[in-house]
Design a protein around this ligand. Sequence first.
Ligand SMILES: Cc1cc2nc3c(=O)[nH]c(=O)nc-3n(C[C@H](O)[C@H](O)[C@H](O)COP(=O)(O)OP(=O)(O)OC[C@H]3O[C@@H](n4cnc5c(N)ncnc54)[C@H](O)[C@@H]3O)c2cc1C
Length: 537
Amino acid sequence: MRLRHVPVLIVGGGPAGLSCALFLAQHQIPYLLVERHSGPTIHARPIGLSPRTMELLRQLELEEAVHAAAAPLAQARGEISLGMLTRTNLERAQRTTPDGDELEFEEQMKTLISMHSPSTVCPCNLADLERILTAAALKHGGDLRFHTELISFKQDSTGITAVLLEHKGSELKESVHADYLIAADGAHSLVLRCLELATTGRGELGMHFLHISFQADLSEIVHGHEFLLCTIEHSEVSGLLMTINNTDRWLFHIPYHPEVGETPEQFTPDFCRDLLRKITDQPDLSVEILSILPWTPMERIAECFNKDRVFLVGDAAHVMYPTGGAGANTGIQDAHNLAWKLATVLRGLARPPLLETYDTERRPVACLTAAQEVPTAEKQETAPAHPLYIALGYYYASEAIITQEGYTPQLHALDLDGHPGTRAPHLWVEYQGKRISLLDLFGKSFILLTGEEGTGWHEAYSSVASGLSLDVAMYRIAPDGDVVELEQAWCIAYGVSASGAAIIRPDGFVAWRAKTSIPNPAAELEVVLMRLLCRNS
Ligand SMILES: Cc1cc2nc3c(=O)[nH]c(=O)nc-3n(C[C@H](O)[C@H](O)[C@H](O)COP(=O)(O)OP(=O)(O)OC[C@H]3O[C@@H](n4cnc5c(N)ncnc54)[C@H](O)[C@@H]3O)c2cc1C
């Protein structure tokens, strides 16, 4: 029997899998995404999207939609600690951040982010994010199959053969052939287990929690004193109250203790309703319990993020403690790193060794990010990175980055200076009569950027890129160029002179730069592009 063939099979429709779908679609790569549930998650959970993640959503033209969905959280600020959630307690509450004064810290971060990014942080409900990503994937003609589970797969040198089980009324088995498999199947990844890859990490934290998602109108209590997180230290229950919309949707996160015989089943809806009435000091509060989910925090990182034709992204590759809220962000960024590489190889423009740079680049970022996530009760073992290093400043070193300059990433600063391996610096520029971020030009192909004296580079790039069948995308940034600087000089931001040049990868990372013009730019660019595409390997 002839099997249905797809270039890429994505398993899992969480934030990582849906992002893979959207980034592949951006490169016009067909895919099939299977998700065992009936649709995007119905379990609301507040997550903080980092500026880099928001830049990626901006590239997908979804930044505004996410901000709009997150509007109910826009007024929410900081973390507080209370005995009970009452209006009087809230009015007296001290707002805290790891760095002291909350508002001052927030303002400093905002200013720094605005210097380096067109985007900003965005607290949002994970369920809203998944809904937006799903709608966008469907709008772009994505092949998304819900109620469908991957139950087994095997791979050989020609591809993947996967067995899918559809649960819709009756059960239907189907086999699919794919060139590549992306495992975005979450913390309990079947694919990771089947690959028998070793894992590292601090393992389970030894604590067990329940997420109680509920509906109750608390708007009169919190209005004007909105918070993101509220630790409740009540005599009968301690937990973390998280806001979903600052009015009637909430999540209460409480520990339970199997070591003394407690089980999740003891936390019935009636029991939980009672606890919520106690912590709000409102015996008659109308509470609807939406779901009660057990959860055990852990840290587990696969020792390799790919095996031949299978790639792990998101929680399938790395599960982190949730203290720094980096799991979904890291997964979305994995997807962005992988999609252009798969697209370039599938089109025959790059050779398969390019795909190995996915592990080389993303695993160190995941390990560093996980190391920053410390359970609140523990002391941090590694030196804490700059708060925006993880969010924006992370660095790649691999075969797909070329540098002759010695470079040690500065973990304690946000060092986006155009060095190869870092996210290309953001500048406000004018392009086709519009004010845009220079980052808005990136995403689909390699791009050559030059300054005022870059004409020689352009002529050379045009012939070399077309000779290699690449899109010829290039911009001259100058007062009379196709891109005009508005606030900051391009060459200062990118660490080159007016005769220098830089190549930006489709994921917006600097792949290579030349500080000045050179005698034979075509020869240099040919060597650079051949190496970036792993065509010599
Ligand atoms: C309390 C808490 C707070 C958090 N806060 C933040 C935060 O502020 N910021 C942040 O970035 N992250 C945060 N995280 C982490 C974040 O929620 C996860 O890292 C993220 O959801 C992982 O996304 P994913 O797509 O990799 O996996 P998941 O969201 O787990 O999605 C995996 C999907 O795969 C499907 N699936 C699994 N197996 C199969 C199969 N065999 N066939 C078909 N489908 C399958 C599942 O049904 C699921 O939908 C938090 C986590 C917790 C628990």
